[in-house]
Design a protein around this ligand. Structure first.
Ligand code: UTP
Length: 300
């Protein structure tokens, strides 16, 4: 099974979607910049890439890209004001995001779908396997997923997607995978994929979530992929072609994730992420938990 492989070092973060589920907050601000407690969602995602050993990050941006670029750049005015005040803690927080990784940017132009966003990364990636992390999907750092996906790609070759079991009535919100078991308990072989199927037509309750390790042959497939559901070029459709014909770019495997994950592009999940992460914070947690307990007891 083991194939020739090069060490994966590049991450692509698509962050050019319109974020319509979060209007009007996302009218002039990318949804990836919405704060989750006190850090923008996108910073958690870049931190995750870095902790999986990916220090070359390409962000695919679109309209309203400035806040994203500014967040990962130095802010000398703010830094010197904090320096003058002797506020070392806040200064460290300001510098943290600009020191994280080498971040490159490419502009998507028209948001023609996730597949099209990934295709914008082709010149930067070249011929190596690479990771894709959706900028609005948070994976709890205590439940590492990407490291395992990279490991699985190194063993099986081809591409690796992340899957999570969901309630059957939720599957129409996700890409859905038809799978076969492998000898690894947390790994399945993906035999087919369908974007946002109706419950009755879904081949399983395995939902595709926002982490991928992709074979570079995906780019050729994406170039040939016609717009699909919603008139967008779907990454799921290109992966479906890889899954059906191993000769194109090797097999497609799925790592079944059982940890904590939040879709910060969804308002309910966004609120849950904030409450959970705030409760667990050492600085904010004790006060916030006490307030939350009182609130639930009195108001609910
Ligand atoms: P979503 O399906 O969440 O779409 O994209 P969206 O447009 O961002 O948000 P809604 O549904 O209108 O609220 C999944 C991921 O793909 C990126 C998004 O930024 C998000 O990280 N994406 C989507 C692009 O980069 N370009 C696109 O054309 C579409």
């Amino acid at each position: 099974m083991t194939q020739e492989h090069s060490r994966i070092s590049k991450a692509v973060i698509p962050a050019a979607g319109l974020g319509t589920r979060f209007l009007p907050a996302t009218k002039a601000t990318p949804k990836e910049m919405l704060p989750v407690v006190d850090k923008p969602a996108i910073q958690y995602v870049v931190e995750e890439a870095v902790s999986a050993g990916l220090d070359d990050v390409l962000m695919v941006t679109g309209r309203n890209k400035r806040p994203l670029e500014d967040h990962f750049d130095r802010n000398y005015e703010l830094e010197s004001a904090l320096e003058k005040k002797g506020d070392g803690d806040r200064l460290a927080k300001v510098r943290e995001s600009s020191d994280l990784a080498t971040i490159h940017y490419v502009r998507q132009g028209d948001p023609r779908g996730l597949g099209h966003a990934v295709l914008c990364a082709a010149p930067h990636i070249g011929q190596e396997p690479f990771a894709v992390l959706l900028g609005d999907d948070l994976i709890d750092p205590r439940d590492p997923l990407l490291q395992r996906m990279i490991e699985v790609q190194e063993i099986y070759g081809g591409s690796v997607i992340a899957l999570m079991e969901v309630e059957p009535e939720q599957i129409h919100l996700y890409g859905c995978a038809a799978v076969e078991t492998t000898e690894d308990a947390d790994v399945v072989q993906v035999t087919g994929l369908v974007e946002k199927p109706d419950t009755a037509e879904a081949p399983s309750n395995y939902a595709v979530i926002g982490r991928y390790v992709l074979d570079p042959n995906i780019f050729d497939v994406l170039r040939r992929t016609e717009p699909g559901r919603g008139g967008e070029i779907q990454l799921t459709d290109a992966l479906q072609q890889l899954a059906q014909d191993e000769r194109i770019g090797g097999p497609v495997h799925g790592v079944v994730f059982k940890g904590r994950r939040y879709d910060t592009g969804d308002r309910g999940d966004y609120l849950r992420a904030i409450v959970r992460l705030a409760c667990e914070r050492e600085d904010l947690g004790p006060d916030f938990r006490a307030w939350l307990q009182r609130y639930v007891a009195e108001e609910m």
